[in-house]
Design a protein around this ligand. Structure first.
Ligand code: ADP
Length: 267
């Protein structure tokens, strides 16, 4: 808040009034600062893979292309970096679409348990590590009105993080619980991975925030996955948060409003 003061003085010299004009500039300044930071982050995130690619391409052009062993390795690096940039640009497009005013969800009523189970199965089939899966879903129909494409993206982000940060032989736990009082379901994904320090927990949903930048980058992340998930969950009228113990594991939770009156019609 910025205040401009004008003192009203009579010829006698006595102050008999004060005019204060208050401008609410903080909100606008905050938005401007955030925008500047965002552009700086985007530029940095794009420059990193580009400079890597440039040095590998230079080396190839200077003769490494003739080396049968090195050439494929260098090409592989440029490919990985290109893929990272594509992911980043796709995430940025997604965010800018969500920021626009005419952003709409394409909602359908679905039984959340079936929907969730299908996504879990897909990850279980495709996983390469020795990670085990444990699922606990309520034994009843839970109808929620969701944009299934967006919700799939949210769960893909959360589950792939859980896998990425899991140790060999770790367990992933998937849970859905009904909170009848609040009229919502609470969905959670737990891992037994590296965990997140308490002071960083609330930041992980910010754009480009990473606890360990080097590690996150090595694992191919864009730093936007959870920020996108948060926007999507908020658009669905839900909340998202995480709890974690360092070295023990992380749980990401989110809620979705569920309509109990709808239940009877479907059962
Ligand atoms: P990224 O693309 O880097 O994974 P996200 O937005 O998905 O970006 O996550 C932000 C950061 O939160 C990650 O870089 C990582 O530091 C941390 N994080 C997210 N999920 C987990 C998890 N399951 N275990 C440990 N750290 C996590």
């Amino acid at each position: 808040l910025r205040a401009n003061f004008s003192i009203i003085q009579k010829e006698t010299g006595f102050v008999n009034g004060l005019i204060a004009v208050l401008h609410d500039i903080t909100e606008q300044e905050k938005i401007d600062a955030e925008r500047r930071e965002f552009v700086a982050n985007v530029s940095h995130e794009l420059r990193t893979p580009l400079t890597t690619m440039r040095s590998y391409l230079e080396a190839l052009a200077e003769g490494a292309w003739k080396d049968q062993e090195i050439a494929p390795q260098f090409l592989n690096v440029t490919q990985t970096e290109t893929e990272r940039m594509i992911r980043l640009v796709n995430d940025l497009l997604q965010l800018s679409k969500m920021d626009s005013k005419d952003y709409r969800l394409n909602k359908d009523w679905v039984n959340f348990n079936d929907f969730y189970q299908r996504i879990i199965d897909r990850f279980e089939m495709g996983r390469s590590q020795s990670v085990t899966f444990k699922t606990k879903l309520p034994n009843e129909l839970l109808y929620v009105e969701i944009d299934t494409d967006k919700m799939t993206q949210v769960l893909d982000n959360i589950i792939s993080n859980a896998l990425k940060y899991s140790p060999e032989g770790g367990q992933l736990r998937f849970k859905v619980e009904k909170n009848e009082k609040e009229g919502e379901i609470v969905i959670s994904v737990s891992d037994q991975g590296v965990g997140i320090p308490r002071e960083n927990l609330k930041n992980i949903f910010e754009r480009f925030y990473r606890v360990d930048k080097a590690r996150a980058r090595k694992l191919g992340g864009t730093g936007l996955g959870l920020a996108i998930s948060k926007e999507m969950i908020t658009a669905h009228g839900g909340r998202i948060w995480a709890s974690s113990i360092e070295g023990k594991g992380t749980t990401v939770y989110f809620t979705l409003p569920y309509d109990s009156t709808n239940e009877d019609e479907w059962s």
